[in-house]
Write a protein that binds this ligand. Structure first.
Ligand code: FES
Length: 155
C-alpha cells in the first residue's frame, strides 16, 4: 500500500498502539475520535500497524455499534424503540420516518444530510412517541407531524 498523506496521518494517530489484538479497539477509537468515523482506508492502516488481518479489523469495526464507517450525517434522528413509544404508535412514526426519508433504519440519505438510527428509552416517556434530533427530544409525534419534521430537516 503506498503511503499517501492520509495514510501517514492515520499512522501517526495510532503510532502508540502495538501489534496485538488488545490494542484493536483503542486504535479504532483513536481514528474515529479524529475523523468522526472510521474511513475504510484506515482499516488497512490499523491492520498493518497491529499486524492483524484486514478481515479481523473490519469485523471489529462493523460488529461494535459504536464505530461508524461513513461520515456522520448533518442531522441524526434517533427513533425511540422503547415500550412506551411503541405503545403510542412508535412503529407508525418509524414508518413515516423511513418513507419520508427514503432510507431504512441505520441508514443516511444519499446526500448525507439526515440519518436514522435506533435509540433507547431515556426515561422521558411522557413525550412518547418521540425521536431525538441531534439529541434534542421531539415528542408527542403523529404521523403527520413526523412527515412535517422530516421535510423541514431535509431543506
Ligand atoms: S419509551 Fe420512548 S422515551 Fe421512553
Amino acid at each position: 500500500m503506498p503511503d499517501n498523506e492520509a495514510t501517514l496521518e492515520i499512522q501517526h494517530l495510532i503510532r502508540e498502539f502495538k501489534p496485538a489484538d488488545g490494542d484493536l479497539m483503542g486504535a479504532l477509537h483513536a481514528v474515529q475520535h479524529h475523523y468522526g468515523y472510521v474511513p475504510k482506508m484506515a482499516l488497512k492502516v490499523v491492520a498493518r500497524q497491529l499486524r492483524l488481518s484486514e478481515a479481523k479489523v473490519y469485523g471489529a469495526a462493523t460488529f461494535y455499534s459504536e464505530f461508524r464507517l461513513t461520515p456522520p450525517p448533518e442531522t441524526l434522528i434517533g427513533w425511540c424503540s422503547g415500550l412506551a413509544c411503541r405503545l403510542e404508535n412508535g412503529h407508525g412514526i418509524r414508518k413515516a420516518l423511513e418513507t419520508e426519508l427514503g432510507v431504512g433504519m441505520g441508514e443516511n440519505t444519499a446526500d448525507n444530510k439526515v440519518g436514522l438510527h435506533f435509540a433507547q428509552c431515556n426515561g422521558t416517556c411522557e413525550y412518547a412517541p418521540q425521536v431525538w434530533v441531534n439529541g434534542r427530544v421531539v415528542g408527542s409525534l403523529t404521523a403527520a407531524s413526523t412527515v412535517k419534521l422530516v421535510r423541514e430537516l431535509k431543506k
